[in-house]
Design a protein around this ligand. Structure first.
Ligand SMILES: NC(=O)c1ccc[n+]([C@@H]2O[C@H](COP(=O)([O-])OP(=O)(O)OC[C@H]3O[C@@H](n4cnc5c(N)ncnc54)[C@H](O)[C@@H]3O)[C@@H](O)[C@H]2O)c1
Length: 255
């Protein structure tokens, strides 16, 4: 069990599947109760958390909508009283050539990937300040340090996440709250499996393999490769680490 996790309460967005679900399972195994905020059905994640002996609640929420986030935060407070840990994991990555990208495409990615981190952190920071302890973890991406095409909106949103993480870490440090980000490489998840492969490749499996060959550790990244980092960053052991973005990508990006 990670230091300081027992009976803490985490709200994880995007935890109905993919990386967020793996985070929920691991934090539950660490002793944390979990609130899942997702557009999708969180029932499978609730089962995983309960199997680990922790409490769980799944709340339908569109993290890009201010009213939806307020309603979700009220539900979390009703159910658990407060939240100690926020993991902003919900995100989308629709690929679109820049010349085809509309302002609506841009706004959609910005609102789900970046505005959401502001909305969810704003909803839970006051309670953390009151209790003088908190952990916020945001999801960045190795695409910020890589050559990728068709992701101008996505990479910009993740650059925003890195900046927001740094600035919020400074604002919240006096209150015992740390704010960090995790930057995964291309990770096998329902979201990436549903994508079209890069031009010239036949399948996403080929793309996963080709990215793995660009890493120092030449195997395909999976959600479980990320869970140790979220466990550590939200523990008491990481109390002196804030404003950082950790590349967890098999050694592909160096920064
Ligand atoms: N998988 C990767 O290769 C990879 C790499 C770098 C960063 N990331 C980041 O990690 C995070 C999770 O990625 P993933 O691969 O698990 O994605 P995924 O598509 O497998 O899962 C994303 C989850 O977010 C939820 N979601 C989407 N829009 C939402 C909204 N508006 N409100 C609430 N929930 C919403 C979905 O329902 C889904 O459960 C994202 O922020 C992504 O940008 C992923």
């Amino acid at each position: 069990m990670a230091k300081g996790h027992k009976d803490k309460i985490a709200i994880i967005t995007g935890a109905a599947g993919g990386i967020g679900q793996a985070f929920a399972k691991r934090l539950a195994e660490d002793g944390v109760h979990i609130a899942i905020a997702d557009l999708g059905d969180g029932a499978a994640t609730v089962k995983m958390v309960e199997a680990a002996g922790r409490k769980a609640v799944a709340i339908k929420c569109d993290v890009s909508e201010p009213q939806s986030v307020t309603t979700m935060a009220n539900e979390v407070k009703k159910h658990f009283g407060h939240a100690d840990i926020v993991v902003n994991c919900a995100g989308i990555f629709p690929q679109r050539a820049f010349t085809d990208m509309t302002y609506d495409d841009w706004r959609k990615v910005m609102s789900i990937n970046l505005d959401s981190a502001f909305l969810v952190a704003s909803a839970f920071a006051p309670g953390m300040i009151e209790r003088k302890w908190g952990r916020i973890v945001n999801m960045a991406s190795s695409t910020l340090g890589s050559v990728v095409t068709g992701f101008a909106h996505y990479v910009a949103s993740k650059g925003g996440i890195v900046g927001f993480t740094r600035a919020l870490a400074t604002d919240l440090a006096p209150h015992g709250i740390t704010v960090n980000a995790i930057a995964p490489g291309l990770t096998r998840s329902p979201g990436t499996l549903a994508r079209k492969p890069r031009e010239g490749l036949k399948s996403m499996d080929e793309e996963f393999e080709s990215v793995a060959q660009m890493q120092a550790i030449k195997r395909v990244e999976v959600p479980d490769d990320l869970v140790g980092t979220v466990s550590y960053l939200t523990s008491d052991d990481a109390a002196f680490i804030t404003g950082q973005t950790l590349n967890v990508d098999g050694g592909r990006v160096r920064s």
